[in-house]
Design a protein around this ligand. Sequence first.
Ligand SMILES: CC(C)(COP(=O)(O)OP(=O)(O)OC[C@H]1O[C@@H](n2cnc3c(N)ncnc32)[C@H](O)[C@@H]1OP(=O)(O)O)[C@@H](O)C(=O)NCCC(=O)NCCS
Length: 209
Amino acid sequence: MTDVPVRIVVAKLPPDPPPASLFTVVSPQERESSRTFRTADRRAQFLAGRLLARHALRLMTEAEARATVLRDERGRPFFAPPYDGVHLTIAHTSSVVVAGCSPEPIGIDVETLRDIPYAARLAVRTLPAALAAEVAATPVERRSRAFLRHWTALEARAKVTGAGVQTLFRVDPDPAVHIRHVPVGAGSVVALAALQPNVREVVDDSELW
Ligand SMILES: CC(C)(COP(=O)(O)OP(=O)(O)OC[C@H]1O[C@@H](n2cnc3c(N)ncnc32)[C@H](O)[C@@H]1OP(=O)(O)O)[C@@H](O)C(=O)NCCC(=O)NCCS
């Protein structure tokens, strides 16, 4: 079975807002969408995701792609034709942005690795009982990471199907969705969800503005 290629691009979100000129790089539809966000930080995340999406597409197709990224009614990003055969996923935190492309559906989530004082309680509210028990049984110094690995897996699953996270709370993970955690740097936890087990991901670092 041939491996499914996945190109992932990761960048730090710069503390400064993007220069206005960068908004002209994206399509009029994307500029219009970016205006719907209330905060400058959210607009920056949105723009960063789209810049990295194009970067990942260029790496995957080796073409000088001038692609447009659209969103479906649930917020899921996708490439407009002629790149609609390439699946796209985007995730961001306040400091890191990740975009991934593949010929097959994928979902990515990123979380900042941080101390979560109520990790065991959060796990009970969001994860199936067996996984919540696993988090609670993890030594306290590793418990936040254990929770974040399950949480990013849950969000990545929500993105690969486009279903949304709420539908997956406390639900046993679908064995048809394969999860792997991708090392992208010490401060972040990244999960990649795919509908096939034989995924081969390549991760590139990038810079934004
Ligand atoms: C998708 C979801 C898991 C994202 O989680 P989050 O922690 O808020 O944000 P993340 O940084 O991880 O991901 C954000 C990115 O996910 C992508 N995304 C949003 N909704 C998505 C969906 N339904 N499926 C796949 N990807 C989605 C977008 O690219 C978004 O970034 P962008 O708006 O800048 O393009 C979560 O918002 C969710 O469950 N949404 C579903 C909402 C829904 O079903 N709404 C229905 C009617 S409005």
